[in-house]
Design a binder for this molecule. Structure first.
Ligand SMILES: Nc1ncnc2c1ncn2[C@@H]1O[C@H](COP(=O)(O)OP(=O)(O)OP(=O)(O)O)[C@@H](O)[C@H]1O
Length: 424
C-alpha cells in the first residue's frame, strides 16, 4: 500500500461528496476510483481507506478545511494521477452544481445518506406566499448565515442554529419553498421522513452526525411519525425490536421507531451540528409536542395558508406570462399588461382562502391554452371543488373522471382533516 495522500480542500463539492460517500461513523470508506490518463489508457485505484476530517474555521464556512487521507493499493503511475483525478472531479462537481440543488435522503437501511439527487434550483418567485412572508424569511436566513452572526453567537456561547416550523394544509408550498430557499442560499438539502419505519434513534443520530456544516435539514411527516414521549417517571416505554443488518452489514436486533428524546437529542444535543437550518413541515401543528417546538428549537413558525386573491393573481401571472420560446404551435404571444388585467379579473372571481395554491396551479395548467377561459371558469370550478371536498371527494380537478369509480375511491381514502388558517 502506498503512503496515504493528504489533501486539503476548502469547503467545496468534493469534500461534501466524499463526506457523503464516507458517512459511516468512522468516516472511512473503501472502493474503486477509475480514471483515464492523458494517453487514454485507464487506471484503477483500489482505495482501501479514505478519511475525511473537518477542521472548522473560526468564523464562517469559508474558513473550514477538509483534510482527506486516501490510501490506495498499487498506484502504478504514482500519486500525481490521483491528484489530477480528484481535481477533475472537483472542477466537474463545481460546474455540475451551478444553479442546482442537491437533495439527499437516507439510504434504505437508514444509517447513512444516499447519493444526492441534483435538480435545477427552484426560483423563489415560483412559490407564491402572502405578501411579506417570503421577504421576511429570506432576510432572516441571510442574517443567520452571515459570518458575523456566527461570530456573535460564538462570542456569547449561544448555539448557532436556526429552526423553522412550516405548517399548513397539503399543497400550500411547504416543500417547494424549502427547496427554493436551499437553491437561493446554495445549500444542500437533507430530507428526512420521520414516519419511515426504517428509522430509529440510533440511525437518526448517525444521520445527523454526518451532516456537513451549513446545510438545510427538513423533517417531514412529523405528525404521523408516532413519536413517543417516555413516561413522566423517566421509565422508558418498551420498544419493539426487529432483526436487520447494521451499518457494517451484520445482523443485529434493532429497536424500532423514534422517541421524542431521540429527536430532541439530535436537534440540540451534543451531536447537533452548528450552522444548519432545520425546517420541520407539518399539516397538523397541534399534534406536536410542546418540547419540540419551543423557542431555541423552533425560532419561527410560518403558516402556509389557502390562496388569497392576491396569491391567486400571482399564480395566474406566473402560469400565463410566457416567453416566445415557450409558445406552442399556433399560440400567440400575449403582452404582459393584458395578462395582468386578466389576473385582476381572475382574482375578483376567485373565492379567497378556500383553495390551496396547488389546486389553483393545477386548474390554471389545465386551462393554460386560454387565460380568458380560466377567468370565466374559476368560480364554477371552485364551487364544484368545494362541494366535493365537503362531501369528502377529492378528485374534482381530474378531467374526464370516470365518475363513480373514482369518487368511490376518493371517498374511501380521503380522511385528511381540514386545517383552517390560524394564528400562533
Ligand atoms: N404557494 C405556492 N406557490 C406556487 N406553487 C405552489 C404553492 N404551493 C404549492 N404549489 C404547487 O403545488 C405543488 C405541491 O406543493 P408542495 O409539495 O410544496 O406542498 P406542501 O405544502 O409541501 O404539501 P404536503 O404538505 O402535502 O407535503 C408544487 O409542485 C407547487 O408547484
Amino acid at each position: 500500500m502506498c503512503e496515504p495522500l493528504r489533501w486539503n480542500f476548502r469547503n467545496g463539492p468534493i469534500s461534501r461528496m466524499l463526506a457523503t460517500v464516507s458517512c459511516c461513523k468512522s468516516r472511512c470508506c473503501t472502493g474503486q476510483l477509475w480514471a483515464r490518463t492523458r494517453k487514454n489508457s485507464s487506471v484503477t485505484f483500489t482505495v482501501v481507506r479514505t478519511i475525511v476530517r473537518r477542521e472548522r474555521g473560526r468564523y464562517g464556512d469559508d474558513d473550514d478545511v477538509d483534510t482527506i487521507d486516501i490510501s490506495c493499493l498499487s498506484l502504478f503511475s504514482g500519486p500525481r494521477i490521483l491528484k489530477r483525478f480528484l481535481e477533475h472531479v472537483q472542477t466537474s462537481a463545481v460546474a455540475a452544481s451551478r444553479n442546482k440543488t442537491t437533495i439527499y435522503r437516507p439510504e434504505r437501511r437508514g444509517w447513512m445518506w444516499n447519493y444526492g439527487v441534483t435538480r435545477p434550483s427552484r426560483n423563489l418567485n415560483a412559490v407564491t406566499l402572502d405578501s411579506g412572508v417570503k421577504e421576511q424569511l429570506v432576510k432572516d436566513i441571510e442574517a443567520y448565515l452571515n459570518p458575523k452572526t456566527r461570530k456573535y453567537y460564538s462570542n456569547r456561547g449561544i448555539p448557532w442554529r436556526r429552526g423553522f416550523l412550516f405548517y399548513g394544509p397539503p399543497g400550500t408550498g411547504k416543500t417547494s419553498f424549502t427547496t427554493a430557499l436551499a437553491g437561493h442560499f446554495k445549500l444542500d438539502v437533507f430530507m428526512l421522513s420521520l414516519s419511515s419505519s426504517a428509522l430509529n434513534d440510533q440511525k437518526l443520530e448517525s444521520l445527523f452526525e454526518s451532516l456537513p456544516t451549513k446545510c438545510m435539514v427538513t423533517l417531514e411527516d412529523i405528525d404521523s411519525a408516532g413519536i413517543r414521549r417516555e413516561d413522566m417517571n423517566g421509565e422508558k416505554a418498551p420498544k419493539k425490536k426487529t432483526k436487520s443488518s447494521n451499518e457494517n452489514g451484520q445482523m443485529v436486533e434493532e429497536e424500532q421507531g423514534l422517541t421524542l428524546s431521540g429527536l430532541l437529542n439530535v436537534l440540540d444535543g451534543i451531536h447537533s451540528v452548528e450552522g444548519r437550518i432545520i425546517i420541520i413541515t407539518t399539516n397538523n401543528p397541534d399534534s406536536l409536542d410542546e418540547a419540540l417546538v419551543r423557542r431555541g428549537r423552533i425560532d419561527q413558525r410560518i403558516l402556509f395558508a389557502y390562496a388569497t386573491r392576491e396569491v391567486s393573481a400571482e399564480i395566474f401571472r406566473h402560469v400565463f406570462c410566457k416567453s416566445d420560446d415557450e409558445l406552442l404551435e399556433g399560440e400567440v404571444s400575449r403582452d404582459h399588461d393584458g395578462i395582468a388585467e386578466l389576473a385582476r379579473q381572475f382574482a375578483a372571481n376567485f373565492p379567497a382562502d378556500k383553495l390551496t395554491p396547488a389546486e389553483v396551479q393545477g386548474f390554471l395548467l389545465d386551462e393554460r391554452a386560454s387565460p380568458e377561459k380560466a377567468v370565466e371558469k374559476i368560480a364554477e370550478h371552485a364551487e364544484g371543488l368545494l362541494k366535493n371536498k365537503a362531501r369528502g371527494v377529492n378528485v374534482a380537478s381530474f378531467k374526464g373522471a370516470a365518475g363513480a369509480k373514482k369518487e368511490a375511491y376518493a371517498e374511501s381514502t380521503s380522511s385528511r382533516s381540514t386545517l383552517l388558517r390560524r394564528l400562533w
